[in-house]
Design a protein around this ligand. Structure first.
Ligand code: NI
Length: 206
């Protein structure tokens, strides 16, 4: 491993959740840029983040980004089997929205599953255990990969040989999009509810 590669991994590591980041970055899937490249691009503001999508919500209804115009949009990529970081971040988002009171109506939280093969019927129950306005979105693996790439969101399956199942290494950043769908910025995984509230309040006041 070169020195610059080692540095890139060090920079990336804090932004990844749910498993050993280094394993994932060594074997990028062919259909996505490497985790290091996506995280670098995100951190240094290279290229665009976000874009149009039409996916399927937890009740089977098609949903597009354009229907959330006029609201701030929080976008989070994760999966319902995630043992730690996803539920922590979704709970922080929920607490931040609760803290906003009625102003939370100006914010649309969106959870996009990166595990559409397993997050089928369970998706509705999962999102309903967080904020009532949380929309859970799924699609074909290709559709999800396309949206994730547009957001520079990295994920890769990591097989668990003992159980025969798999987990996912993934970037767990929280994206904030503006009222016209424009990218405002991202918040790192495990941002506190207080900090999220503060950021949302500031952007709602604009
Ligand atoms: Ni996770």
């Amino acid at each position: 491993m070169s020195a610059s590669r080692a540095r890139a991994l060090l920079v990336v590591a804090p932004l990844l959740c749910c498993g050993p980041a280094a394993v994932a970055t060594e074997q990028p899937a062919t259909s996505q840029p490497s985790a290091a490249q996506m995280m670098d691009d995100l951190m240094y503001g290279r290229g665009s983040v976000g874009g149009p999508f039409t996916l399927t919500d937890q009740s089977g209804k098609p949903r597009s980004d354009t229907e959330f115009r006029g609201k701030l949009m929080i976008v989070y990529f994760g999966y319902t089997y995630c043992p730690d970081v996803c539920p922590t971040d979704l709970m922080a988002i929920t607490q931040a929205l609760d803290a906003l009171g009625s102003a939370a109506e100006g914010v649309q939280p969106v959870f996009i599953t990166i595990d559409p093969e397993r997050d089928t019927k369970g998706l509705a129950d999962y999102v309903s255990s967080f904020h009532h306005s949380l929309v859970g979105l799924t699609g074909t693996p290709d559709e999800i990969r396309k949206v994730a790439n547009a957001y520079k969101a990295f994920y890769v399956k990591v097989p668990d040989e003992r159980s025969g199942e798999y987990s996912l290494d993934h970037s767990g950043v929280i994206y904030l999009m503006g009222r016209n769908g424009e990218y405002l910025g991202y918040m790192p995984p495990q941002t506190s509810p207080d900090r999220l509230t503060e950021i949302l309040r500031k952007n709602l006041a604009k």
